[in-house]
Design a protein around this ligand. Structure first.
Ligand code: R5P
Length: 316
């Protein structure tokens, strides 16, 4: 089976970079758009191929999800032998449980739709929930960008001297395991903020468990969306006497609504994210971007050769 990389329109630069690292050209894929908004992808040259279709489903989420479903169908009808959908960012993964009666569980709906369109397997970078593999009917390889982000932190925003004294902060209880992973890689202690979400855009953070007084702080999360979580956590650690100039690290930078203003007014020295979602060339905040292309190329190359991914996988 030949290996083919297909790019959706959400992050073609990342897909191209992954293909380049694997020594391939991107396969031919065009998404036609009709005047009423309907999409129709056309792919070529995939007969009998081992296809890896790269499309993060970030904003506009519904548009990117729909395009992805149609692309999977197009690849299947073009005769692909197997289709692995690569979701550098999996939109809807936060909808993994019902907060109240009458709500949908969006992640399951999207996972089922991907499977029924013809996806044989998923590769997802740092999904919001590791329960994803239990939710999906198809196999899921959950790879993690945390080691490469931790390396980048140590080499850049957090110099060796600061790293010796730094505290890794989880901005909510859901981020504790992630913070422990960063803490282990950076050899730093962990503190935890208790956050309450009031709505999609409003959170309050009240308490801090752990000591940050006079110490450099690294706030870690899986994603930054509106920036509300990061801003609230930055206020709490500042209120507990942390050294100024906080560093923030997250795998996925969505930066929707007032996120940029929130980062800029929260006294954050540096925000480090990956390119799972396309980032602006000239961001209006102190942003560093670390590419996941080597990670995805490594994962795809190994899966194509039927080799294990153990050391690339996200921790439970
Ligand atoms: C929530 O559980 C997530 O891990 C993030 O903390 C959250 O989605 C970030 O969203 P926002 O930036 O809108 O606060």
């Amino acid at each position: 089976m030949t290996l083919q990389i297909v790019a959706g329109s959400a992050n073609p630069a990342l897909a191209g970079s992954v293909a380049g690292k694997l020594g391939r050209e991107l396969a031919s894929a065009v998404v036609e758009r009709f005047p009423d908004g309907e999409l129709r992808p056309v792919v070529d040259g995939l007969q009998g191929a081992d296809v890896y279709l790269v499309q993060p489903t970030g904003p506009p989420v519904n548009e990117h999800v729909m395009e992805l479903l149609l692309l999977v169908d197009a690849c299947r009808r073009a005769g692909a032998a197997r289709i692995t959908t690569v979701l550098p960012y999996f939109g809807y993964a936060r909808q993994d449980r019902r907060g109240r009666a009458g709500q949908a569980i969006g992640v399951r709906v999207v996972a089922e739709a991907l499977a029924s369109a013809g996806t044989w397997r998923l590769i997802v970078v740092d999904p919001h929930t590791v329960a994803l593999e239990a939710i999906c009917a198809v196999g899921v390889e959950m790879v993690t960008a945390v080691p490469l982000l931790a390396r980048e932190l140590g080499a850049g925003p957090l110099g060796a001297r600061e790293q010796d004294r730094a505290v890794v902060v989880a901005p909510d209880l859901g981020a504790v395991k992630l913070a422990e992973h960063y803490g282990a890689l950076l050899s730093c202690p962990v503190a935890v903020v208790r956050k309450t979400r009031l709505s999609g855009t409003r959170v309050v953070a009240e308490e801090l468990v752990g000591d940050v007084r006079d110490r450099p702080v690294v706030i870690v999360d899986d994603m930054i969306s509106t920036g509300g979580t990061i801003e609230a956590a930055a206020q709490v650690v500042a209120g507990h006497g942390a050294a100024p100039e906080i560093v923030v690290v997250a795998t996925h930078g969505l930066f929707v609504e007032a996120a940029v203003e929130r980062v800029n007014r929260a006294g954050i020295r540096r925000v480090l994210v990956t390119d799972t979602l396309a980032q602006p060339a000239a961001p209006a905040m102190p942003l560093g971007v670390c590419s996941v292309a080597p990670l995805l190329a490594d994962a795809i190359g190994r899966l194509h050769r039927d080799e294990p991914l153990d050391d690339l996988l996200a921790r439970a």
